[in-house]
Design a protein around this ligand. Structure first.
Ligand code: AMP
Length: 428
């Protein structure tokens, strides 16, 4: 029979990599709690219309990358490709804009995009994201960026570049789009087919094109820089955001090409990048999306947020840190020699659990040599051996894996000794 394998672009995440995921997830949850962003868990699939209207019909995500299918009731549903539109859908559906309009959310979980898989680009990948809805102030943009920066730093990531741009607002964006279209029209024949099709319908998307020759044309001297078109309001907004960041020792670089692949952004956009992951260099990004609620049928709800890619963060962390530092190891390896040993150690495991001492209980159908090797592989600090003899004498054989010292201890003194040793290990 043919072997069943993982679907392309997906991955099993287990021992030992899962411990790095726990490390990242724990920091995200902790920072969310400190900044009081509350978790929202939205469904993994939504009505297709949400992303078509929210993310934008002209985007790569909607045109090429969505996992869309008809359910058995004939409704078109889509596996979520991103987290912001579902959060806004939930906010509006629950009428927060009427009774409690200022909300701070975070989310964490899998997203789905039908992309060409490669290192750091998956079809099922994971994001965590933060959204501040109902806030107009540029300080909200700065808080989101500051929060992202703090999370990356606490995770232990180094050498991350923050790029920032403004996409203008309803007032000034149209003039910029006109100038951009003129620039693009002049070179229309040289762009790839996809880009030439988008010049009239959605020229900003041309800036996202990954094709090197399109990028070359864009990086010419006559390219219109959006900063020259921003209205006073947008310019003040941008300067205010950058000013707050600078005073927090975060130094963004303005990148006029940074438009991001989703249609809903206005004013601030930003991205965190690394030089160490090759082509998949963005490890997170976001911006202000005051137009998103309009696309979903409720006018004028401001919002700002960011999303970060877990897989890329973990790849980077593996490059920059000693992965072993994140592993959770059993402090004690419990090795039964026979059925009575199993009985003794199973009961001991409950006491260890009550004292919050992590352990690994193996079972008796292997040799002692195997158990020693296994305990070594798991980097356990102690091994406890028990069999018929220990069952009769109410003792355990305890061996310190580091020093090799082995002794027989009574049930009454064991837990006290272990707790002390565990505290010492935790404190070092
Ligand atoms: P986006 O929603 O496209 O702005 O993505 C936000 C972050 O998610 C990016 O900066 C990446 O770190 C990550 N990301 C996006 N698409 C993928 C993917 N296909 N595979 C892995 N990570 C991704």
């Amino acid at each position: 029979m043919e072997k069943i394998t993982l679907p392309k672009g997906t991955k099993d995440i287990g021992d030992p990599e899962i411990f790095i995921w726990y490390h990242v997830e724990n920091i995200v949850r902790k920072e969310a709690a400190h900044f009081h962003y509350i978790e929202l868990r939205t469904p993994l699939f939504e009505q297709t219309e949400l992303f078509a209207r929210g993310v934008g019909e002209e985007t790569d995500i909607v045109q090429k990358e969505m996992y869309t299918f008809l359910d058995k009731g004939g409704r078109s549903v889509t596996l979520r490709p991103e987290g912001t539109a579902p959060v806004m859908r939930s906010y509006l559906e629950q009428s927060f804009h009427i009774h409690n309009p200022r909300m701070k959310y975070f989310y964490m979980g899998p997203m789905f995009r039908y992309e060409r898989p490669q290192a750091g680009r998956m079809r099922q990948f994971h994001q965590f994201g933060f959204e501040a809805i109902g806030f107009q102030s540029p300080a909200a943009d700065a808080e989101i960026i500051l929060l992202a920066d703090r999370i990356y730093k606490k995770i232990g990531l180094k050498n991350i570049r923050l790029e920032i741009n403004s996409l203008g607002c309803k007032k000034c964006k149209p003039q910029y789009l006109e100038a951009l279209k003129n620039f693009l029209r002049n070179q229309a024949a040289q762009f790839c087919r996809n880009c030439s099709n988008r010049i009239e319908t959605n020229p900003l998307r041309v800036l996202d094109c990954k094709n090197a020759s399109c990028q070359n044309i864009l990086h010419s001297e006559s390219f219109p820089i959006i900063q020259n078109f921003l209205c006073d309001d947008c310019l003040t907004h941008q300067n205010h955001v950058i000013g707050i960041l600078e005073s927090a020792q975060i130094h963004p670089v303005i990148n006029p090409y940074l438009v991001r692949g989703l249609d809903y952004y206005i004013k601030t956009t930003f991205e965190m990048k690394t030089e160490e992951l090759g082509a998949q260099n963005a490890i997170g990004g976001g911006g202000r999306y005051d137009n998103l609620s309009d696309a979903l049928g409720v006018k004028g709800i401001p919002g700002v947020g960011f999303a970060a890619g877990m897989e890329r963060i973990i790849l980077l962390l593996q490059k920059q840190s000693e992965s072993k530092a994140f592993f959770q190891k059993p402090f004690i390896y419990l090795s039964p020699l026979d059925q009575q040993g199993e009985d003794v150690l199973l009961r001991l495991s409950i006491v260890l659990d009550e004292n919050s001492i992590p352990f690994h209980l193996d079972f008796s159908d292997k040799s002692l040599k195997y158990h020693f090797k296994n305990a070594q592989r798991m980097d356990a600090s102690f091994i406890i051996i028990a069999g018929e003899n220990e069952y009769q004498t109410k003792t355990y054989t305890l061996k310190n894996m580091l020093s090799g010292e082995q002794k027989v201890v009574s049930q009454t003194t064991l837990i006290g000794d272990l707790l002390e040793a565990y505290q010492n290990v935790k404190n070092t």
